[in-house]
Design a protein. Structure first.
Length: 252
């Protein structure tokens, strides 16, 4: 009798353990619903992509073969904003340049697109204009030298501090051979991570604006504690790209 009772208890425990394991592995109704909704919604089609990490094609001026080049790249991004497919819609006419653009796009990321509060894949197009430089500004480069960053480097009193200089590498070509000024504002969480960036004064060049926004979004900042307590407003900064500084670089 005791032996039968012992075997019955063991069987009961095994069934209970198996049932509990299956219950733990079963996805929640909410997660299942999100997956179903995402799969049911079609990919979002747009001609104006919002970049989280802007493509940075690597090429030299001589790669353009003495003339300006242009291309359009078709992009497919998943629900998280990562690029899963990229193809040339309109070619530069040079395979090595096309390959450089595709490589840059595949390592970039866009902001996820939401439809009815559900993230969906995105299909979009990004144009590239590569200008051949035959003037004195050919080797002129610009990095992130914003008003706040410069004040921070000069040990001045600032509203906030960048932990590291935001990554940016521009040429006179990117500025379309004109000086450009941008103003922007952004919000950060308690960890200093930038969560939202908005342009308040654009440069007049959409691609340039997107590169600045992507650089700021990837930045981290430190905000004084008293600022959190008494001034819960948006952080502001601005940056000016002056082509006159190229002349100074050439002379030095």
């Amino acid at each position: 009798m005791k032996t039968s009772l012992y075997i019955t208890v063991l069987l009961g425990l095994s069934v209970t353990h198996l049932y509990a394991k299956q219950t733990q592995q079963k996805p929640t109704p909410k997660a299942t619903l999100e997956v179903q909704k995402s799969a049911a919604l079609p990919a979002h089609l747009t001609t104006r992509l919002t970049w989280r990490k802007f493509p940075q094609p690597k090429y030299k001026n001589e790669d353009l073969n003495q003339q300006n080049r242009a291309a359009i790249v078709r992009i497919y991004a998943d629900e998280t904003g990562k690029i899963s497919q990229a193809s040339i819609q309109e070619s530069t006419g040079l395979k090595n340049l096309d390959d450089a653009l595709l490589q840059a796009v595949r390592t970039a990321e866009i902001q996820p697109t939401y439809v009815e509060d559900t993230a969906v894949p995105t299909i979009g197009f990004q144009s590239f204009n590569l200008r051949f430089q035959d003037n004195q500004h050919e080797n002129c480069q610009f990095d992130f030298q914003s008003k706040q960053w410069l004040a921070q480097q000069q040990q001045q009193k600032v509203q906030f501090k960048y932990r590291h200089q935001p990554q940016l590498n521009l040429s006179a070509e990117d500025l379309k051979n004109h000086s450009r000024k941008l103003k922007f504002q952004f919000k950060v969480n308690k960890h200093g991570e930038v969560k939202r960036v908005k342009l308040t004064h654009g440069s007049g060049q959409y691609a340039l604006d997107q590169q600045i926004l992507a650089a700021v979004k990837a930045a981290q900042v430190d905000v004084p504690r008293q600022f959190w307590l008494y001034k819960k407003s948006k952080l502001k900064d601005e940056i000016y790209f002056d082509l006159d500084t190229c002349d100074v670089q050439e002379q030095s």
